[in-house]
Design a protein around this ligand. Sequence first.
Ligand code: GLC
Length: 531
Amino acid sequence: MSWQHTTSIYQIYPRSFYDSNGDGIGDLQGIIQKLDYIQQLGFETIWISPFYKSPQDDFGYDIADYYTISPEYGTLQDAEMLIHEVHKRDMKIVFDMVMNHTSNQHHWFLESKKNKTNPKADWYIWRDQPNNWKSIVGPKAWHYCEERKQYYFASFLPFQPDLNYRCPEVKNAMFDVCRFWLSKGVDGFRLDIFNCILKDKDFKNNPFSLWHAIPSEDYPGGNFQIRKYSLNLPENFMLAKELRQVVDEFPDRLLLGEVFGKHELKKKYLGENNDGLHLIFLFDIVMFTFTANFFRKKILEFEQQYPSPYMPTVVFSNHDQLRSIKRIGNKLEKAKLLALLQFTMRAVPTVYNGEEIGMMDGNIAIKDGKDPVAKVYSWVPQFIADRLPVGINRDNCRTPMQWNNTEKNAGFSTADTTWLPVNTTTENRNVAQQQADKNSLLHIFKKLILLRKKWRALHRGDIEIIYTGNKNILAYTRTLEEEKLLVMMNFSNSKISNKINQPIKEIVFSINNITTFDGVLLPYDGVILKI
Ligand code: GLC
């Protein structure tokens, strides 16, 4: 099995990770200084959110030049050094590639918007009259440009015009961007909103639906329409394959897609013969309820939809969502159980920086949000925003990484003000304290990553759900040839006795460090047993 299907990924939000030059903003040299930390945790791959040149209207997801680095993050030499330093530590590095749109400051757009005849006139999606397509975050997707006297289309926010992939030059230009970074040694790309990338060539209106007011994983965007003609088009699946061919010009690289939609559509990005993207994010698990039942169903669903040779992914947090710890009442004991699940399921795990210490969300009010999505929703009363299952001020999951509680700004930066305020919850939720405590969440992650690498059944074996008769217990086996492990987790706050019908050869792992196992699981305890 290839590394793309067995790896474990650590996501870095560069602006908030580590500030090496005291300007209050994280940077590439900062990441380099913390690579030993990530290596010691055991992660095999690092994915870094965008740090290319950008006006930072969406903090890097609005790229103004794919070939240069935004000065607050560093230089091209820093990026090269970062790639080199990651490889030196025997890890892989994945860049974020925002192909769907550019910043409205990109010179391609500046040229395209001038008139209908310039050489880049077709590089974006222009129309005399809008159709009914809505943006996936706000009400409007078509924006009038006075200069060109036409509307342009933006899947996300108005300053992020969508590129037109029906124009061959656009495709070639973007493939060349990919080749540029691949030839610098980058091990692959996480593809931003790849499900938006091509749109219906005839601009047919999307069907209206009263039942699709609110966005969901199956029907992204909400806004009373099913995005039949603007999301997950068959042409997108073709583009995934073309991109795969570009990436395959270089040995052993990875494509990981950010896509939303029903499984039956999403899985088409993977191709039929391992000829599409290697992996796609399965975000439906992000909205978990903390029960054995929920996860049992998800595992069965993933197995049905993504059987071998496909590989599912498991992600609970990222820079767009509320941090997963919020869904479990900020409880570290529950986070340990989630970590056990994440590193023993049949899936590639992605952990978002800070998740390993149970970092909590910030407390930044909507009206103070720097996040452009918060600005769209600034009219939402705060008490409603606080109760929504999704974060509409993404600043709160992007606060600076908490390295310790002895230095200024939790050790993130020496600046007087940081780009977002450091959380006040640094006590116990910082790297230094958890490194010193052998029972901390951080140590649980570390042990699990190590075990996932050591036991082949955990990163490449089959999975089979075991029914114990108690609905609060999630149990499954991971098997590869002679190697068989049983994972058992108690999702309840009471002690549960289980009957194990097979002889236990070894206790491979236990959250509570038990040394003998008689079938009793303490509240929120979990074990890995060799059977
Ligand atoms: C993706 C990114 C998000 C960004 C958006 C537009 O969802 O994860 O941060 O704002 O795309 O690029």
